[in-house]
Design a protein around this ligand. Structure first.
Ligand code: CAO
Length: 425
């Protein structure tokens, strides 16, 4: 059995992070992803945050595995002809250019459809139609405009962005789902369609529970929020909830042994109602099991700060892994705060292919995050990212059937490489 998306060709005009995360996933599922890059420069991330002089950055390599790279000047007349031919022979075109860029290149949705009515055109933009539709957007702008920043952090501090790339990688995930859904619908209709994801929408989708709470706020205080237990008033909008659990089971991040010197010696501890008696016993407060002030989840809500302080007095006597070892067999939900170093070294993540070591010809070995979505019949093998234009000739010959003379002519016309004068400068 081949890979799930074998036979699907993706023309990948995407750049930076949002689009490339989407096409990397599709490549991992077996699609032939042809990354089209600007001659001489390529995806801007190749040179960003470089740690090895002259080698593609980790930023680029970790977002572009299992793809092929062709350099093509989409503004050159001959380059446009090649792009047109590639559109004809592709199933999906993916792009996350700034608003209007594809139209300016001469490839509007109408033009692309006329070239290939079966093609799916998948785009990420910062915003959907509305006041900000013409704006360029990066990760943190999406986090701020999609509701994540206003609800992250502590209510006595400023809004915070999170390290999880919910704007870029989150939009990439949304787009990948839209693409495979459109591919499925095409098996019935035979027609392509436009798939659009706005980063603001993707972030808001991931902040769904906060829009839930915004509406609950209209009916009274949010009792599971720390503000309630601490007697602070609620305003008109959902406040930042610190480390409170987003669900109905209160949780908080607690200090563990060694927190004074280790910034990650903490554990997330959830006071799940069904195991309340076990929690009381383990922290040495068996009297709380029957005490009416503590016995029900509702009764505990106005004492959460004090309850978590008491649990913390116990967790501070154990390492985060000891707390885990004691609580897990008792079905008390908790999780240690794992650093990137601990995750990189975790053998079980290596064993499942979630953390993978990859070899690269110019940078050597590096770690990456493999495919987090596991298909039993379509396992992922992570292959290194392509060098700039590594597959230009191969793609022109194999996909478009061009011979060496035709490829040389394209080169002479400046369609594949920067004009000679510029290259010499
Ligand atoms: N040949 C010739 N020109 C090419 C080319 C090629 N193969 N590939 C790209 N280009 C040109 C485009 O034609 C465009 O030029 P013009 O502006 O003259 O039309 C330019 O390169 C790319 O423009 P851009 O607006 O996409 O790029 P930028 O660096 O100015 O902005 C970004 C980057 C990410 C802010 C913008 O692309 C954007 O808002 N994208 C949508 C939202 C998004 O995905 N953001 C997340 C990015 S990941 O953090």
């Amino acid at each position: 059995m081949g890979k799930a998306l074998e036979g699907v060709r993706i023309l990948d005009l995407s750049h930076v992070q949002a689009g490339p995360t989407c096409t990397q996933l599709l490549a991992w599922f077996g699609a032939d992803v042809i990354k089209v890059e600007k001659p001489g420069e390529g995806d801007i991330t190749r040179g960003q945050l470089r740690d090895v002089p002259g080698a593609d950055s980790l930023y680029f390599t970790m977002l572009n595995h299992n793809k092929r790279s062709i350099t093509l000047d989409a503004k050159n007349p001959k380059g446009k002809e090649v792009l047109t031919a590639l559109i004809k022979s592709s199933d999906v075109l993916v792009e996350n250019f700034g608003p209007g860029v594809l139209d300016r290149m001469g490839f509007s949705w109408e033009k692309i459809q006329a070239i290939n009515p079966a093609i799916i055109v998948a785009s990420i933009k910062g915003f959907g139609p509305g006041p900000y539709e013409d704006c360029k957007v990066y990760e943190n702008v999406a986090q701020c405009t999609g509701g994540a920043a206003s609800t992250t952090g502590f209510d006595d501090g400023p809004p915070l962005v999170t390290g999880a790339q919910i704007g870029d990688s989150g939009s990439g995930l949304h787009l990948a789902l839209g693409i495979v859904t459109a591919l499925y619908q095409r098996t019935v209709t035979g027609k392509g369609q436009k798939v659009s994801v706005a980063m603001q929408d993707g972030v808001l989708n991931l902040c769904r529970v906060k829009l839930r709470d915004q509406q609950r706020l209209g009916k009274g205080a949010l009792k599971e929020y720390p503000q309630f237990a601490e007697g602070r008033p609620f305003g008109e909008a959902v406040p930042r909830a610190g480390n409170a659990s987003g669900g109905g089971q209160p949780g908080w991040i607690l200090k563990c042994k060694g927190y004074e010197t280790d910034p990650n010696a903490y554990i997330y501890f959830i006071t799940q109602a069904p195991v309340w008696d076990k929690i009381c016993k383990v922290i040495g407060k068996p009297e709380w099991i029957e005490d009416p002030g503590f016995a029900t989840a509702e009764a505990r809500l106005d004492k959460l700060r004090m309850i978590f302080d008491t649990i913390e007095a116990w967790t501070k006597t154990k390492t985060k892994f000891e707390v885990m070892d004691i609580c897990n067999p008792l079905n008390i939900p908790c999780g240690p705060i794992l650093s990137m170093k601990e995750l990189a070294d975790e053998p079980s993540l290596r064993a499942t292919g979630t953390v993978v070591e990859v070899d690269h010809p110019t940078r050597g070995k590096y770690l990456t995050v493999g495919n987090p979505i596991k298909l039993s019949e379509s396992p992922t093998e992570v292959a290194r990212s392509p060098l700039l234009g590594e597959h230009t000739d191969e793609i022109l010959a194999e996909v478009l059937g061009l011979d060496d003379n035709a490829i040389s002519e394209l080169r002479e016309a400046g369609a594949l490489e920067p004009p000679r004068r510029q290259a010499a400068e």
